[in-house]
Design a protein around this ligand. Structure first.
Ligand code: IMP
Ligand code: MG
Length: 431
């Protein structure tokens, strides 16, 4: 019997889902995207090759797998065609044997992108027309893939052979005992219903979205894995209780590439040393900046510097509940290296009261202050660690503390972007 596993982001996106999905795809027969559009972006590294995807599931880089872009997604045809052509240029053959698109998925028209750029400022949208596409879908005036491919446009002709009734294909695959990986874009705290509204995206990124976004029933799902960074980040506007430094200061920061260019290698090394020093003198902005620099926290889609903060167990537990997570994958543990002390937010303090449940009312969340627990850090480079037992004791204690605070097991641990920097801790949660 095959398994149907959903992968969701447990935070505000960019948790490293792409890497976890890619790791699990080796044993999956089908990989499917169920929400969002080219607001998402992930980088997959296979050997020395780097691939960037916004729409196509990362299973495409493996031979003989079927990849589905579900009805719950919104598709910018030009972007999808470009992704396909880039793959073709690199020697991949893309056909309906390895990539299919739901006939019911909605299209992002060029004017939606313009509209998003005009109106999405407050939320800090990626400006890709995602919000307008879902708006027109709900208003029942949208354009679906099945209609779009009847048009004369070059993109329409290119996509036509890939457009299918994907609900049949995915249900057949489930009934035939295949292993199926369902990939959510963005994170749970950006979900249109459950996120920090209005600072959210326009689709259901939570596990429930996998059912509506692909046309399968909830009884078919075997496991749900939430991906979390060992700390937390957010891009765009919105509340962020454990933020280190301020949104304004982060937004005004130069990109890593620009810094390197401006300062030169020596100058950059000097700055890096200074950031570590100040971070360990309890300067919050420098702690956040250290995470940003060590974690390369700059968007794949927009290049924006990401806001960074300490692991938030209150928000993590909320994501566990709304997704029904059976286990979590923790990524980027290596990024915490060099911090003498690491904090975990265990509760919020609100008007003299202690809250342990995440408040979804932003007027309450706005006035919540994190309650922290402090743990000792480590200085060892984790990126070459072979197995869990080789981790520094303090890194193990940190992970065990997170596991205890959130109440579900860690099934996968990642200490770097490469496939061999991934440890399986609970085989039974995976394929
Ligand atoms: P939109 O999805 O482009 O409308 O953007 C809405 C909000 O979600 C903004 O704050 C974006 O920064 C955020 N967002 C959208 N996609 C992603 C993602 O893949 N990772 C992180 N944040 C995202
Ligand atoms: Mg991303």
């Amino acid at each position: 019997m095959g398994k149907v596993i959903v992968i969701v982001g447990g935070q505000w996106g960019d948790e490293g889902k792409g890497k976890i999905v890619d790791f699990l795809t080796e044993k999956a027969d089908v990989t499917a995207r169920y929400n969002g559009g080219n607001n998402a972006g992930h980088t997959v590294i296979v050997g020395n090759e780097k691939y960037k995807f916004h729409l196509i599931p990362s299973g495409i880089v493996h031979q003989g797998k079927l990849n589905i872009i579900g009805n719950g997604t919104v598709i910018d045809p030009a972007v999808l065609v470009e992704e396909i052509e880039n793959l073709e240029k690199r020697g991949f053959n893309v056909s309906d044997k390895n990539l299919v698109i739901s006939a019911n998925a909605h299209i992002i028209l060029p004017e939606y992108v313009q509209e998003d750029k005009r109106t999405g400022g407050k939320v800090g949208t990626t400006g890709r027309g995602i919000g307008p596409a879902y708006t027109y879908k709900a208003a029942r005036v949208g354009v679906r893939m099945c209609d779009y491919i009847t048009k004369e446009a070059k993109e329409a002709k290119k996509l036509k052979p890939l457009v299918k009734n994907t609900w049949i294909m995915i249900n057949d695959a489930i009934n035939n005992g295949k292993n199926i990986l369902l990939e959510g874009a963005q994170g749970s705290l950006l979900d249109i219903d459950h996120g920090t509204y209005p600072y959210v995206t326009s689709s259901n990124s939570v596990a429930g979205g996998a059912c509506t976004g692909l046309g399968i029933g909830p009884t078919k799902i075997s496991n749900v894995i939430g991906v979390y960074k060992a700390y937390i980040t957010r891009v765009g506007g919105g509340l962020f209780p454990t933020e280190l430094g301020t949104e304004e200061k982060t937004n005004n920061e130069e990109s890593l590439d620009k810094l390197r260019k401006e300062l030169g290698e020596e100058g950059f090394k000097h700055l890096y040393k200074k950031i570590i020093l100040k971070a360990n003198e309890d300067d919050e902005y420098s702690q956040g900046r250290l995470l940003r620099v060590q974690g390369v926290e700059y968007g794949t889609t927009t290049g924006r510097a990401r806001r960074t903060g300490w692991f938030d167990a209150v928000a993590a537990r909320y994501a566990i509940a709304i997704n029904g997570l059976s286990s979590v994958a923790i990524t980027k543990l290596d990024v915490l290296t060099s911090l003498k002390k690491i904090k975990i937010c265990t509760a919020y303090s609100y008007q003299g009261k202690t809250l342990t449940d995440f408040p979804t009312n932003i007027n309450i969340l706005k006035n919540c202050r994190p309650v922290y627990e402090e743990m000792p850090g480590w200085s060892e480079d984790l990126s070459k660690i072979g197995g869990y037992d080789d981790l520094p004791e303090n890194a193990k204690s940190y992970l065990e503390r997170i596991e205890k605070l959130i109440g579900v097991p860690v099934s996968i641990l990642s200490v770097g972007p490469k496939r061999n920097q991934t440890m399986v801790l609970r085989e039974e949660e995976l394929f």
